[in-house]
Design a protein around this ligand. Structure first.
Ligand code: PEP
Ligand code: MG
Length: 906
């Protein structure tokens, strides 16, 4: 590979730029860009992502050979910029080594700080800085981090504490001090010796004293961390390709722990939880950056306004706030002003909300990172709409900024108002990620997974979370941590996942060994119920009912904007008047699928359906159908009313019979009673109806063809309800849909019955209405002969669930047994029942659409399978040129946005 692999950045020279993320990773590209903007950034160099690929494919010797000369040049560049020498005993250049891939993966990969220290250099650093305590503290931090990350010295059991932290605690206990900062230089020297002994004892190797060995060890560890479990999982969850690799940034250290005129912090140019246009963030005086991210100490707020708001939430008096937790604005006004100028410049430059990291070394501000900020779905919507209003971005950009699936979070539940009034608040922490969650306490991420697999709802409670907890966080209803601020990993990752999180609830004492948490003297055990309000930072005892969120304001504006750009219409799959109302509120412009069999799941209705199925002859069936007719008519009237003036597609009965049959003896006896038959007769009939492949069995139009009286009853109910509605001043727009059609003859047999029934009702009532008669395209044959079917069918709706089932030959009901393996092996990239298999099933959709249009110009085409609510599939349906997609009511807003994004992309 002849490509350049090392790119330097600094005041005198910068090779990279913001648009080189693929090569430099996000962090490296943005560090270079900040240098170009004249912002003070500690100098360094970035090792390109291609080197990571060489590491993964060919191993560490190959990559070292490839980059060794360039890395030496890079170090020489940093030495020149800083006027220091790497490994120098008198004035050593210290560096950080950090990962940075194309897409940000907060905390998933590794970082090493203070690299370059050894037994000689520590003395030089002490002398040069005039701060012996700082030098030895930096050295012990380095050994701790390197020992963990590069040498792999971890706790032996998950319940154990970190072995380095155990040594720190022992020394503190011996000395009778509480804070790290109370330790003396001698304590720190002793700590360094103990750390080294720990490494030697546990690993059988010396801690490396040679800075170059340290550097290579760290670079390789960062490459290696691209493939650690949590990084692999994070990529899977966020659709980041494994092939991208990470860049490595080697950068001169700057020190936030040089005393009270130093510090370090993390900030957001807007509020990451709500999107409010308010600069905010946290900092620690006399600390290194990792202290803020790890949530070791309670951080202070950057702005005065933020500090005051924090104090209210944390129930800290103004006096205490001012003396113990003053804002940066109060304690370092000049630095604060410079920071505000920088954040404003960065947001204006990138035209997006930024997440920045900075260090103050002896009253000088250094920027360590800027990146597009992760934020909640609500914050994404608000920042996009406000940046549009502020003239920073245009309408299309505003629409594309919000990942359609992220709207899901806004549709998430909040606590029920009445229930929350009665609830007992036991603690408060920071509102790290909004939403409401209720569940049983678990203390370990792997156990969260096990409990959820057993069908339980859990709240993951941790002292502080580390990225290793990702799996547990992903499945938990919510996350509660005792430590950590708004920028701790728990908070950042939870917001990214749209998961309710309360962090830094200081009153909560977590004892993972005993599997308890104690709050105000009350002990809560594993399995006890608690509830979290991630928007307010409140923790409640017990289980609290939740209810749906209400949507207006910026959300409404985004939806209006989406409607302006989208071409596809969005309908909903709804089977009840209530679902139809919800769907219309979310902006559905019709019902694309009313599954009439679903109308019978409630209460006693199932008995009438069973009676119809179990009837031994036409007469018995007609008796049962007579009971069903008024129920159906009433439901249709309710739906027509809810959708007044908008189309409603009613599908004829399509019950896989096994879903409706009584299978146990008690239920069979009850049906026998109802129908005046013997138990044996019913049992015999159930056995008779048993099918080997019920999904390919006696369902859909096959049922209506064998038992025409069923179709007649349904057609009557649909038409009578429409006439009744019309008489009440409602405008029903009826579309009758025949399921599971594979031949024109099937369609015609059913169509003839429906038309005859409609005519009969018109004659009886002496009134008429218009209706359309169409079909589902959901069998592969139906798709292949769609040109013939379109001769009679007035519309098509693609039933992509069955079309996927039958095209792939995968049972819709049993795919769980092999799908995880298939996804791991890359047989399919995504679950084909969630996101349409564009290359396979997609061909049938495209062909049927083309054939349908060839026979009947302008034939109405829609989709009503689950794929109708999936953004990627919506992109495909837009390309095929369908007229609408139909999805579950709660996905309607997502589909509206996805349809707009698809139209913009075209
Ligand atoms: C389909 O098959 O895609 C469809 C919408 O019908 P159902 O899911 O009811 O079989
Ligand atoms: Mg179907």
């Amino acid at each position: 590979m002849a490509n350049k692999l090392i790119y330097v950045f600094g005041a005198s020279q910068t090779d990279g730029a913001a648009d080189m993320k693929n090569t430099l990773g996000g962090k490296g590209a943005n560090l270079a860009e900040m240098c170009r903007l004249g912002i003070s950034v500690p100098p360094g160099f970035t090792i390109a992502t291609d080197a990571c690929t060489v590491y993964t494919e060919q191993g560490q010797d190959a990559v070292r050979k490839l980059i060794e000369a360039e890395v030496k040049q890079g170090v020489a560049f940093v030495e020149k910029e800083m006027g220091k020498t790497f490994g120098d005993a008198n004035d050593p250049l210290l560096v950080s080594v950090r990962s940075g891939s194309r897409a940000s993966m907060p905390g998933m990969m590794d970082t090493i700080l203070n690299l370059g220290l050894n037994d000689e250099a520590v003395a030089g650093l002490a002398k040069k800085s005039g701060n012996e305590r700082f030098a030895w503290d930096s050295y012990r931090r380095f050994i701790q981090m390197y020992g963990d990350v590069v040498m792999g010295l971890k706790p032996e059991k998950k319940e154990d504490h970190d072995p380095f932290e155990e040594i720190i605690d022992e020394i503190k206990a011996k000395r009778g001090v509480e804070l790290d900062t109370d330790l003396s230089v001698d304590d720190l020297k002793h700590m360094v010796a103990e750390f080294k002994a720990l490494v030697k004892n546990r690993l059988g190797r010396e801690f490396p004293n040679d800075p170059w060995e340290q550097l290579w060890g760290s670079v390789m560890a960062v490459f290696q961390s691209w493939n650690n479990d949590r990084a692999v999982l994070y990529r899977k969850m966020n659709d980041i390709p494994d092939s991208w690799g990470t860049a490595v940034n080697v950068q001169s250290m700057v020190f936030g722990n040089l005393g009270d005129n130093s510090g370090t912090g993390v900030a957001f140019t807007r509020d990451a939880a709500t999107g409010e246009d308010m600069f905010n963030g946290e900092f620690l005086i006399n600390a290194q950056g990792e202290d803020v991210v790890a949530g070791i100490r309670t951080p202070q707020q950057i702005t005065l306004e933020g500090s005051r708001r924090w104090a209210v939430l944390a129930q800290v008096s103004e006096e205490e706030r001012k003396s113990k937790y003053p804002s940066l604005e109060e304690v370092m006004p000049a630095i604060y002003e410079q920071l505000v100028k920088t954040e404003t410049a960065l947001e204006n430059h990138y035209k997006d909300m930024q997440d920045i990291e900075f260090t103050i070394q002896e009253n000088k501000l250094w920027m360590l990172q800027t990146r597009s900020a992760k934020r909640t779905g609500a914050a994404l919507v608000r920042t996009s709409i406000e940046m549009l209003q502020q003239g920073m971005i245009d309408e299309k950009t505003a629409l594309q900024r919000v990942g359609a699936d992220r709207l899901n979070e806004l549709l998430h539940p909040v606590f029920d108002g009445a229930a929350i009034k009665k609830a007992k608040s036991i603690a408060n922490g920071l509102p790290a990620s909004p939403g409401a969650a209720t569940g049983q306490i678990v203390f370990f991420a792997d156990e969260a997974e096990e409990w959820v697999a057993q069908g339980k709802n859990v709240i993951l409670v941790r002292q502080e979370t580390s990225p290793e907890d990702l799996r547990g966080m992903a499945v938990a209803q919510g996350i509660l941590t005792a430590r950590g601020g708004m920028t701790s990993h728990a908070a950042v990752v939870a917001r990214g996942m749209g998961k309710c999180c309360v962090s830094g609830a200081g009153a909560v004492r977590v004892d993972p060994k005993a599997r308890t948490m104690t709050v105000g003297g009350v002990v809560y055990k594993e399995g006890d119920w608690i509830s979290l309000d991630g928007s307010k930072g409140q923790v409640y005892a017990g289980k609290i009912d939740t209810k749906d969120a209400d949507l207006s304001g910026d959300f409404g504006k985004l939806m209006d904007l989406a409607d302006k750009y989208k071409r596809l219409a969005i309908r909903a799959n709804a089977d009840t008047p209530e679902d139809a109302r919800v769907a219309r509120n979310f902006g559905a412009v019709g019902i694309g699928l009313c599954r009439t069999e679903h109308m019978f799941f409630e209460g006693d209705r199932i008995k009438a359906v069973r009676e119809m199925i179990l009837a031994q002859n036409e007469e018995g069936r007609r008796k049962a159908l007579a009971k069903l007719l008024p129920m159906q008519r009433g439901d249709f009237e309710g739906i027509y009313k809810a959708m007044d003036g908008l189309p409603v597609t009613v599908r004829l009965l399509d019950p896989p019979l096994h879903e409706f049959l009584p299978h146990d003896e008690a239920a069979q006896r009850e049906m026998a009673n109802e129908m005046g038959l013997s138990y044996e007769e019913i049992k015999h009939r159930v056995d008779d109806l048993h099918e080997a492949n019920p999904m390919m069995g006696h369902r859909g139009c096959r049922l209506g063809i064998t038992y025409p009286e069923i179709t007649e009853m349904q057609a009557r109910a649909i038409i009578e309800a429409a006439l009744n509605s019309k008489a009440q001043g409602i405008t029903p727009k009826v579309e009758i849909m025949i399921p599971l059609v594979g031949t024109l003859r099937e369609f015609n047999l059913q169509a003839k019955l429906i038309r005859a029934t409609a005519e009969a009702v018109f004659a009886e009532r002496n009134a008429t209405i218009d209706y359309l008669l169409g079909t589902m395209i959901e069998t592969p044959r139906g798709a292949l002969v769609a040109d013939a079917i379109a001769k009679e069918a007035e519309f098509f709706s693609f039933g992509t669930n069955d079309l996927t089932q039958m095209t792939l030959g995968f049972s819709r009901d049993d795919i769980g047994k092999f799908l995880p393996c298939y996804l791991n092996e890359g047989v399919y990239e995504v679950d084909p029942f969630q996101s349409i298999d564009q290359t396979g099933v997609g061909q049938l959709v495209q062909a049927a659409a083309d054939k349908g249009r060839a026979t009947r110009t302008g034939i109405k085409l829609g989709v009503c399978g689950e794929h109708g609510g999936d953004p990627a599939s919506i992109g495909f349906f837009n390309k095929v040129g369908l007229d609408y997609v139909s999805c579950s009511p709660f996905r309607v807003p997502i589909a509206r946005l996805a349809a707009a994004q698809a139209a913009i992309k075209e």
